[in-house]
Design a binder for this molecule. Structure first.
Ligand SMILES: Cc1ncc(COP(=O)(O)O)c(C=O)c1O
Length: 391
C-alpha cells in the first residue's frame, strides 16, 4: 500500500487480506471466538495481542480495519474497540493513575463529561480540570506538576468550537503530558491531529467512518508503543473488544469515506449559509462559515472542508422550537451523526449540560448532522418547517 498515496485508494485497498483459501476478493467475516493453539509445545502468550488465540486478543476483521484506518489517518498503529466511549475510556484508564491530573475540553461528549466530572475523580482519585480549550491561556493556566493528559474535542460536540491542536501539543510537551484529540466531528478526512503534534487521535467510528448508522465502534491511533498499551489493557484485560461483524461493517463503510465526507461538507456549507441569512435564525455555528468564532483557526488547522456538523438556534420560545421540530419531514429527530440520513437533536434550555456551553446556547439549540440527501431537499425541509413555526 505504501506505493499508493491517494486517500480513495487507501480507503478501498489498505488492510485487505489477499490470502483467503477460496480466493475471495473481499475479506470474509471471521465469526470465531477462538483459534487453534499450537500443539508442538510452543509457549502461548495468553494475554498476547499479536497472535490469533481468542477474539478478545485480536481478530482478522479487526486487523483489516486497523490497517485501513492507520493508512487513512497516517498513523503508525491503531486499536479498534466496541464503541467511541470504549476508545475514550480505554485511553483514560490506560494512561491515568490515581493522583494524576487531566485537563479536558469543557465542551465534550456527554459520557466524557460524566467520566471526568464524576467517575474518574470519585472512583480513581484522578484530578480533573474542565476548561475552555478554545482559549490557550485557560489550558496553560490549568497545567499542574501532576498533569498527565490533555484531552481535547475539536470540533467540540455540540458547539463546533475549535481548539488549536498544534499550540496545545506544545503546552502538553512542555508539561511532559500526552495530548489526545477526539476528532469524531471532523472524521479522518478533514483534520490530521497526529501531524499537528497530538499523541493520540480518537474517533467514534459509529459516526462518519462507518457512516451507515448500523453499528457502533471506536478507534485510537498513534505510535505503536502507546497503542499496544491500550490493546493490552483496554482490549484484552478490560474487554472493550469490537466484534468481527462490526469490524467488517465498518471496514465496508470506510471504503467510501472520502466521497461521503465531500458530500456532507458541501451540503453542510449550503445549509449553514442558508441558516445564516434567514432572519428567523438566532445563530448558526459551522467551522466553514467566516462568522464562526474560530473560523481562522479552522481554516488553518482543518483540510479545506469541515464535514457535516453544525449547531444553530431559531428565534421564538419553546412552543416555536417544538413546532419547528415536529414540522420536519425529511430530517429525523435522533441522536448520533455522520449517517447518510440528516439527523437533528433539540436540546432545550432546561438541560443539565447546557451550562458548560457558551452563553448563546443557554436558550436551547439544535445540533444538526447534515446528511447525504440532495442539498435542495434538506433546504426545502428546513424552509417549510421554519414557515410553519410562526416566527
Ligand atoms: C465527539 C464524540 N465522541 C465520542 C462519542 C461516543 O461514541 P459512541 O457512541 O460510538 O460510543 C460521540 C457520540 O456521539 C461523539 O459525538
Amino acid at each position: 500500500m505504501d506505493d499508493y498515496k491517494g486517500i480513495l485508494t487507501k480507503c478501498i485497498h489498505a488492510g485487505n487480506k489477499k490470502n483467503d483459501t477460496y480466493d475471495a476478493l473481499h475479506t470474509p467475516i471471521y465469526m470465531t471466538s477462538n483459534y487453534r493453539l499450537p500443539t508442538d509445545g510452543t509457549p502461548v502468550d495468553w494475554s498476547g495481542i499479536h497472535t490469533n488465540i481468542y477474539t478478545r486478543n485480536g481478530n482478522v476483521n479487526q486487523f483489516v480495519l486497523q490497517d485501513k484506518l492507520s493508512a487513512v489517518e497516517g498513523a503508525e498503529d491503531c486499536v479498534v474497540l466496541g464503541s467511541g466511549v470504549a476508545a475514550l475510556s480505554g485511553v483514560f484508564l490506560t494512561f491515568l493513575d490515581s493522583g494524576d491530573h487531566v485537563i479536558c475540553s469543557k465542551v465534550c461528549y456527554s459520557a466524557v463529561n460524566i467520566l471526568f466530572r464524576k467517575l474518574l475523580p470519585d472512583k480513581y482519585h484522578i484530578e480533573v480540570d474542565m476548561v475552555d480549550t478554545t482559549d490557550l491561556n485557560e489550558v496553560k493556566k490549568a497545567i499542574k506538576p501532576n498533569t498527565k493528559l490533555i484531552h481535547v474535542e475539536t470540533p467540540g460536540n455540540p458547539t463546533t468550537g475549535i481548539s488549536d491542536i498544534a499550540e496545545i501539543s506544545k503546552i502538553a510537551k512542555g508539561a511532559d503530558a500526552l495530548l489526545s484529540v477526539d476528532g469524531t466531528f471532523a472524521s479522518p478526512l478533514c483534520q490530521k491531529p497526529l501531524e499537528l503534534g497530538a499523541d493520540l487521535v480518537i474517533h467514534s467510528m459509529t459516526k462518519y467512518i462507518n457512516g451507515h448508522g448500523d453499528s457502533l465502534g471506536g478507534c485510537v491511533l498513534g505510535k505503536t508503543q502507546l497503542i499496544d498499551m491500550i490493546k493490552e489493557q483496554a482490549m484484552v484485560n478490560i474487554g472493550g473488544i469490537l466484534s468481527p461483524f462490526n469490524a467488517w461493517l465498518i471496514s465496508r463503510g470506510l471504503t467510501t469515506l472520502p466521497l461521503r465526507v465531500k458530500q456532507h461538507s458541501e451540503n453542510a456549507m449550503k445549509i449553514a449559509e442558508f441558516l445564516e441569512q434567514d432572519k428567523r435564525v438566532r445563530f448558526v455555528h459551522y467551522p466553514g462559515l467566516k462568522s464562526h468564532p474560530q473560523h481562522e483557526l479552522a481554516e488553518k488547522q482543518m483540510l479545506g472542508s469541515y464535514a457535516g456538523m453544525l449547531s444553530f438556534d431559531i428565534k421564538g420560545g419553546e412552543q416555536e422550537h417544538l413546532k419547528f421540530l415536529n414540522s420536519l419531514k425529511l430530517i429525523s429527530h435522533a441522536v448520533s451523526l455522520g449517517d447518510a440520513e440528516s439527523l437533528i437533536v433539540y436540546t432545550d434550555k432546561y438541560g443539565e449540560k447546557i451550562k458548560y456551553y457558551p452563553e448563546i446556547y443557554a436558550e436551547g439549540f439544535f445540533r444538526f448532522s447534515v446528511g447525504l440527501e440532495d442539498a435542495e431537499d434538506i433546504l426545502n425541509d428546513l424552509k417549510q418547517a421554519l414557515d410553519k413555526c410562526g416566527i
